[in-house]
Design a protein around this ligand. Structure first.
Ligand SMILES: Cc1cc2nc3c(=O)[nH]c(=O)nc-3n(C[C@H](O)[C@H](O)[C@H](O)COP(=O)(O)OP(=O)(O)OC[C@H]3O[C@@H](n4cnc5c(N)ncnc54)[C@H](O)[C@@H]3O)c2cc1C
Ligand SMILES: Cc1cc2nc3c(=O)[nH]c(=O)nc-3n(C[C@H](O)[C@H](O)[C@H](O)COP(=O)(O)O)c2cc1C
Ligand code: SF4
Length: 628
């Protein structure tokens, strides 16, 4: 273990206990009136207990123009009663020696297209924006928080004013370099005048904007140097949120590499005197390497801490194999930012529900729990039931744990999912309260013989496989059975859910010619994925020339190819193989056979009514086992 990763660092006036920063993330867990209630408080407590050095509360509204809440469930920094509720967060953070900051979000229209306002903002708008941010900084200091983060990345107001291609103003806020950075420099000057060095200032910047006309690394370093005297630490991200194409890089999807901003961070570090932190696809496993290679002074992350808030402490204690890995599915951000729902996580079933479930303590009235099915739902139920002190028997009919999720780890770019699966298997195997019986079918006889207090049925789903003329030959293969080796060069994937699309991308990466056929319109393809990952996957399919044929029905597969029908009539698409990705249906046969034997019986995961993703399987396994 590196000493450097866990050595303290001075950032402005604060000393952070280690080099791990939780970057800003909005949770959707604040109350509708903007107050910090128990939902956010309990969530936050779980986070700061886990060993992270500093934490930034995301998207704190500090605009004077926005009506105060009720509104989105985010903090609002100009109301004394609300500020009082945020001081509870400060107390908890300090209890665990964690530094706490607020990300100041000061635009007139909170989730605004900043590019437009650059040219429409009047002088009064600019002054209001500046006053909102500056006064909020003072309020943050007054509740004893440690730092603020000014968001100048992701195309926010400071970046939009600086970008020459968007700023067409002719007054003192447009034109020359000095004019284009004036709005930001004035804010920083005013904040320093009011708070001196009593507050650390972090500045978030996109190391590069990715679309045409965007700011490049040289522009951004020049900007950083020009404001460096006011800033204590720079946080290097990338991209512009106004461009959907950039989302998979702001929240790097599973299809992108890790550490995507480290090379840029190293350039900032070389050019600046102040410390630099880096965000984007990092994890505890790469953090050590980033610090040791001197590419950055701190490593920022969000999703690894959502997936496992204890990951820092586990790593510090040499228990890295216990860290529950994030699979970069982006369901967290999809829920709380795209759908404005409370945050949830595919692998961490407690996420956003810390208040409701509280601590996972052992129960006094422990029970014998029999779980049929060793997929993600069954394994999560086994883990949770064991944590509650129950004695657990987990029965799996095959010789492998993991169920259908094993298939989800097949593609070359699914390393993160493989790591999660390995973690899941490792943790149930290590658990002494869980007796695992492999190659054992859960039958009515077995259930009667074991006579458990509680029976959990988690037998998953079976594929939907229609019969075609060429069925039974190698021409037609189910997605779960097909491998790159078993397929020829020219492939048709029938079904454009995210499972089918991911397979199509994988085959294309292997050099095959791939066509995807689905009955639904193109914009509805990729169902089941987060919008960020869907955008990412669609970009990859386009780059790799995967052909999409939508609003078309597969009528038959013959030795010749796939016969389809659509509004233009019928046609045949010649191919070597057809891969069926037409979805799954509940394993009702087994459920019906087992469900009436034990009084307390629960049906969870893909074999229940709510299924289809890891998120649902894990959530169900946890909830039922928690309540036993
Ligand atoms: C090809 C494919 C790719 C996928 N990719 C993704 C993805 O990228 N992301 C995502 O979130 N989801 C993905 N999914 C969906 C995800 O895998 C499932 O939602 C998840 O596995 C459901 O978990 P489960 O435990 O309910 O069921 P399953 O994973 O199906 O597990 C059920 C288990 O029960 C066992 N079993 C069945 N009958 C008995 C019996 N009588 N006795 C004992 N054991 C029995 C089975 O052998 C199996 O191990 C994918 C699914 C498929 C098919
Ligand atoms: C659930 C969630 C909420 C986020 N909310 C914010 C936010 O309020 N403000 C912000 O600047 N970035 C926000 N982000 C972006 C993160 O700060 C970070 O840049 C991004 O998640 C990439 O880092 P990671 O790979 O470590 O997750 C959010 C990310 C997630 C996953
Ligand atoms: S929802 Fe997915 S991306 Fe978000 S933290 Fe959990 S595993 Fe990671």
């Amino acid at each position: 273990m590196s000493n450097t990763l866990f050595s303290p660092i001075k950032v402005g006036r604060m000393t952070v206990k280690n080099r791990i920063e939780c970057a800003p993330y909005g949770t959707g867990l604040f109350r509708n009136d903007g107050a910090c209630g128990n939902k956010e408080l309990m969530h936050f407590r779980n986070l700061v207990r886990g060993g992270v050095g500093m934490v930034c509360i995301g998207t704190a509204n500090c605009s004077l123009d926005n009506p105060p809440p009720p509104g989105p469930t985010i903090p609002y920094l100009h109301n004394q009663f609300l500020l009082n509720s945020y001081s509870n967060l400060v107390e908890i953070a300090h209890q665990y020696d964690v530094k706490i900051g607020f990300e100041l979000f000061g635009a007139k229209e909170l989730f605004m297209p900043a590019m437009v306002y650059v040219n429409t903002y009047t002088k009064e708008d600019i002054q209001n924006y500046q006053k909102g941010v500056v006064d909020a900084a003072v309020n943050v200091r007054d509740i004893d928080a440690d730092y603020i983060l000014i968001h100048g990345g992701h195309g926010m107001i400071p970046a939009a004013f600086y970008r020459e291609s968007t700023n067409k103003r002719t007054d003192e806020y447009g034109g020359s370099f000095e004019n284009r950075i004036r709005i930001t420099k004035e804010i920083l000057q005013q904040i320093r005048e009011k708070v001196g060095d009593k507050l650390t200032i972090e500045y978030r910047i996109s190391g590069e904007e990715m679309q045409e006309g965007g700011l490049k690394i040289e522009d951004q370093i020049k900007f950083a140097q020009a404001i460096e005297e006011y800033i204590d630490i720079f946080n290097i991200s990338r991209g512009v949120l106004e461009y959907e194409e950039d989302w998979p890089f702001v929240f790097p999807s599973v299809y992108e590499p890790r550490k995507i901003n480290v090379a840029n961070a190293a350039k900032f570090k070389a050019a600046l005197k102040k410390p630099v932190s880096v965000i984007g696809g990092n994890s505890m496993f790469v953090a050590e390497e980033i610090i040791e290679s001197n590419s950055a002074d701190m490593v920022a992350m969000v999703r690894p801490l959502i997936a496992d808030p204890d990951c820092v402490e586990k790593f510090r204690l040499g228990k890295a194999d216990e860290i529950r890995p994030c699979i970069r599915c982006n369901m967290c951000i999809h829920r709380c930012h795209t759908r404005l729902l409370d945050i949830r996580c595919s692998v961490n079933p407690l996420m956003g529900r810390e208040e409701y479930f509280g601590r996972i303590d052992k129960r006094i009235d422990t029970k014998k729990v029999l779980i049929i099915g060793g997929g993600p739902a069954g394994m999560e139920a086994a883990r949770t039931a064991s944590m509650r002190g129950h004695s657990v028997i987990l029965v799996e009919k095959t010789d492998k744990l993991g169920g259908n999720f094993i298939l989800a780890t097949k593609e070359s770019f699914k390393e993160d999912l493989k790591k999660y699966l390995e973690w899941s298997i490792r943790t149930v195997k290590k658990d002494k309260n869980i007796e695992i019986r492999m190659n054992t079918e859960g039958t009515a006889d077995l259930v009667k013989k074991e006579n458990p207090d509680v029976l959990i049925i988690a037998v998953g789903s079976v594929p939907i496989i229609p019969t075609f003329t060429a069925s039974g030959t190698e021409k037609v293969q189910w997605i779960g059975d097909a491998t790159k080796e078993s397929l020829g060069k020219n492939i048709v994937v029938a079904g454009g859910g995210f499972t089918g699309l991911e397979a199509a991308y994988d085959y294309a990466l292997d050099g095959k010619t791939v066509t995807v056929i689905d009955m639904i319109p193109e914009k509805e393809l990729g169902q089941g994925a987060s919008v960020m990952n869907k955008i990412s996957l669609m970009q990859k399919l386009k780059t790799h020339k995967v052909k999409l044929i939508c609003e078309s029905k597969v009528e038959d597969v013959t030795t010749e190819g796939v016969k389809i029908s659509n509004k233009d009539g019928e046609s045949v698409i010649p191919c070597d193989n057809v891969v069926l990705a037409l979805g799954q249906r509940k394993n009702t046969a087994v459920v019906d056979n087992l469900k009436d034997i034990v009084e307390k019986t629960y049906v969870i995961g893909d074999c229940s009514n709510v299924g289809g993703t890891l998120l649902n399987a894990v959530r169900a396994g946890f909830e039922i086992a928690f309540d036993i």
